[in-house]
Design a protein around this ligand. Structure first.
Ligand code: E4P
Length: 216
């Protein structure tokens, strides 16, 4: 499973790159606003740090505008992945940009039929938002299972990029289902390592080592 982080915070990206766990980055207009940075500048900087796909979302709502913006964003770096919303205009833009060889991430997916449309439009990634479905007392992971089944039935190459992840458990469940990618808030990625028995065990080993009086 590939791990992307869902942030436009350069320091977070640098820190997590050093762990060797980062396969890419996703951003959205809300995360760009939170960063307080100029959109294209921050995307260019992320692309210099990370080798993998870096999602940058178009703002236009019509297909022509999305295609123009997508082409423009794709010029920033070869790993820019143009993010388009799951609308008919977004699918049209996805189809055109994908045929030109641009990586495309279709975002704001909340149903299996939407994911089917995105795969048919040639999306590189589909982003189903599990946390926002859970917030409505729906089952986000059930959607991931459905998309996995549909994509496997027809051997679609579109990668399932699980988005709107809120917990470490979301990551485990998505991995068990066989999702291709999870995009994680930085704090959730850091939480994945936590186990109290690891901490206790290490503490005991260190205390016993001290008793040996040896140095290494
Ligand atoms: C992914 O590409 C989205 O930007 C993100 O996962 C949305 O997460 P949220 O529902 O926590 O805003």
């Amino acid at each position: 499973m590939k791990f992307f982080i869902d942030t436009a915070d350069i320091e977070e990206i640098r820190g997590l790159t050093a762990t060797g766990m980062l396969d890419g980055v996703t951003t959205n207009p809300s995360l760009i606003a939170k960063s307080g940075r100029v959109f294209k500048e921050v995307i260019a900087e992320i692309c210099e740090i990370v080798d993998g796909p870096v999602s940058a979302e178009v703002i236009a709502l019509d297909a022509e505008g999305m295609i123009t913006q997508g082409r423009d964003l794709a010029k920033i770096a070869k790993n820019v992945t143009v993010k388009v919303p799951l609308t008919w205009a977004g699918l049209e833009a996805c189809s055109t940009l994908s045929k030109e060889g641009t990586l495309v991430n279709v975002t704001l997916c909340f149903s299996a039929n939407q994911a089917l449309l995105a795969a048919k439009a040639g999306a590189t990634f589909i982003s189903p938002f599990v946390g926002r479905l859970d917030d409505l007392n729906l089952d986000g992971m059930e959607l991931i299972e459905d998309i996995r089944q549909i994509y496997d039935n027809y051997e679609f190459k579109t990668e399932i990029l699980v988005a709107s992840i809120r917990t470490a458990n979301h990551v485990k469940e998505a991995a068990l289902i066989g999702a291709d990618v999870a995009t994680l808030p930085p704090q959730v990625l850091r939480q994945l390592i936590n186990h109290q028995l690891t901490d206790k065990g290490l503490e005991a080993f260190m205390a016993d080592w001290k008793k040996t009086g040896q140095n290494l």
